[in-house]
Design a protein around this ligand. Structure first.
Ligand code: SAH
Length: 363
């Protein structure tokens, strides 16, 4: 057995390796045989916790206004070519209703950092969703907010929060995020965890100037934080950003990082991202076959889909929710997995856990 395979075996058995060993896999893994070995191990680890289930989440992109200016992101505030939109409470509720009828039991509300959505407005929206759909989980993904805000949102019923750390290299983070703080973003993740949210961190692969050493830092950060969800996708350039003309990440490198993440944080919920499907028509199936176990089909109204353009040529912008549901189901089955329309909580998570954690803190 070669040294790469034996490292993968150690990682499989112990859910850990040293930084140098991780770096060695990242830099040396090349042969189709070793790659397949890694992906198969990742799928087998996933199966030991989640069998062959792939969880579905209905994604609602409810605002493309953003006060931040991340250099990679198509909806950054300074991009004046974006046609900005917001969905009001009724529109969001009608997306949820349609999603519910299609079988979704998790709604992910994602948007730019839009000051219009004050705590009061969000609390009203979330409570309304929870009243209409008490059996559903609500996930928010709206960037950095204050601790008080995260408390208010948790109390209103939010179950989960996605906040990718984007990159665990301080230098790279600061070069990509004007006027944002590397420390604050991490602090937000720890706060969300302490408040009892199921937390999602994650990073992009193939950012300009990102090295394999930087990616090892991402893996180490995830191992330490051990978030319930981990979003990993290739960086894809957008022409109306300062990084236009950059190369972007590849499907293959992203698959390697997905698989390594599955083995390092075995119970994590790992989405097969739209960005993978954008780079490769079979990208999402490949991600499932490298250890991913979540997909997030779009429930946003079709007339706003194109306006939520984080990167070039984002797919599925013209498709109705029902079409997305069918299309993804077909992809999951063709990859050899089965669709799970339940809430899809993390393997360790009991729903009463979330309220208890908050209760102790608020007391
Ligand atoms: N405002 C929210 C949601 C951001 S959009 C927040 O701050 O968390 C969701 C994710 O899309 C980001 O976290 C980022 O990792 C990813 N993303 C943004 N621009 C991208 C691009 N050009 N290519 C690939 N992924 C991108």
């Amino acid at each position: 057995m070669n040294s790469i395979k034996s490292l993968i075996d150690t990682l499989y058995d112990t859910a850990n390796l040293t930084d140098d060993q991780l770096l060695m896999i990242l830099t040396e893994i090349k042969s189709t045989e070793d790659l397949q070995y890694l992906f198969d191990k990742a799928v087998s680890k996933k199966a030991s916790h989640y069998k062959d289930a792939v969880y579905m989440r209905g994604l609602i992109e409810f605002t493309n206004y953003c006060k931040q200016n991340c250099n990679y992101c198509g909806i950054r505030g300074l991009n004046t070519t974006v046609d900005r939109y917001r969905l009001d409470k009724d529109m969001i509720l009608s997306c949820c209703k349609e999603g519910y009828q299609l079988g979704y039991r998790t709604f992910v509300l994602q948007g730019g950092e839009d000051p219009y959505y004050t705590d009061a407005r969000l609390v009203e929206i979330i409570k309304a969703i929870k009243i209409q759909h008490p059996d559903c989980a609500v996930t928010l993904s709206i960037g950095e907010r204050s601790r008080e805000s995260y408390v208010a949102l948790k109390m209103a019923g939010v179950d989960r929060y996605l906040l990718r750390h984007e990159t665990a290299s301080k230098e790279l983070y600061e070069s990509l995020h004007p006027n944002m703080s590397f420390e604050n973003r991490r602090e937000c993740l720890y706060t969300l965890k302490a408040l009892g949210y199921q937390v999602g961190a994650g990073f992009m692969v193939g950012l300009p100037n990102q090295t394999d050493e930087d990616l090892v830092k991402d893996l180490r950060f995830l191992k330490i934080l051990s978030p319930e969800m981990i979003g990993i996708g290739p960086y894809i350039p957008h022409e109306h950003t300062p990084l236009k003309g950059a190369h972007g990440g590849t499907v293959e490198k992203t698959l390697i990082l997905l698989a390594l993440t599955r083995l390092l944080v075995p119970k994590a919920l790992l989405p097969s991202t739209t960005a993978m499907g954008t780079l490769d028509p079979k990208g999402r199936e490949k991600a499932l076959k490298a250890g991913a176990n979540v997909v997030m089909p779009n429930l946003s109204p079709t007339d706003v889909r194109e306006k939520y353009e984080l990167y070039k040529d984002k797919i599925c912008t013209g498709d109705e929710a029902a079409h997305c549901r069918q299309c993804i189901e077909g992809r999951i089955k063709s990859a050899g997995f089965s669709v799970d329309m339940g809430r899809g909580d993390h393997a360790n998570f009991k729903s009463e856990h979330s309220s208890k954690a908050l209760f102790t803190i608020v007391e």
